[in-house]
Write a protein that binds this ligand. Sequence first.
Ligand SMILES: Nc1ncnc2c1ncn2[C@@H]1O[C@H](COP(=O)(O)OP(=O)(O)OP(=O)(O)O)[C@@H](O)[C@H]1O
Ligand SMILES: [Mg+2]
Length: 264
Amino acid sequence: MRAEGNPQGGVVLAVAEVSVSFGGIRALHQVSLEARAGGVTGLIGPNGAGKTTLFNVITGLEKPTQGRVGLGGTDLSGMPPHRRARLGMARTFQRLEVFGSLSVRDNILTGAEFHRSWSRHADDPGSVTEEILDRIGLRAVADLRVDAIPTGMARLVELGRALATRPRLLLLDEPGSGLDENESEELGRLLVDLGEAGMAVLLVEHDVDLVMRISERVFVLDFGRIIASGSSSEVQANPDVRAAYLGTQPADVDDPSGPGGGGA
Ligand SMILES: Nc1ncnc2c1ncn2[C@@H]1O[C@H](COP(=O)(O)OP(=O)(O)OP(=O)(O)O)[C@@H](O)[C@H]1O
Ligand SMILES: [Mg+2]
């Protein structure tokens, strides 16, 4: 799926030495990473490593005690989440955030309308919504309420709503949870396509196989620190990464959390 050594575009997201503390707990310690246009960047790490906290810092929901986040060269310090969204940032949540009483189509439409509310160049929200329904493969369930479809599918709805804002940076917090093997294959293909279309995708996912398969570059977070980064093969061969995943072989570093993982 991924062309090895495929050159990526410019840096879209730059995280520089970000630290966050919750009381006495240091959730992130001088974390630096970047995500480039034109491909998927993977972010993996055991439960509690700080992945969601980092997403919250990037999107402006959490203020770092130190460090900076930049989007396309703009320093985002102190900028509230909605302004970051206008600059082209969209995310999905580990704990699904969808409008359960609205249809699949209307959930996506909210993203497209939101986009039009600030962009004079936005396409017609109705046509954007129809295009995305096809792209994420949910046309058959477009008229169903989101609380009536399986969680895995609802995650795709949330992804569709994010795409409807036409982001240049897409942050996905465990989009694969609740998907079966075929669905997660399809998700992988979709993310690769989005990358090839020029988007920067930052993917947090416990399905390490999926991350390794589709990411141009992978960062590994452990106890709030980046312990490794590089190509999938470099990261898989890294002894610190293997140790963080409890000494398992690189081939089966899949879902370090075991059953019941997730949370926050
Ligand atoms: N609002 C908060 N207040 C206090 N502690 C928090 C808060 N949010 C996260 N933490 C703590 O910060 C650390 C990092 O949590 P975070 O949710 O970012 O990890 P994660 O890598 O996303 O984990 P998971 O894989 O389980 O989703 C954990 O120790 C967590 O308990
Ligand atoms: Mg998390």
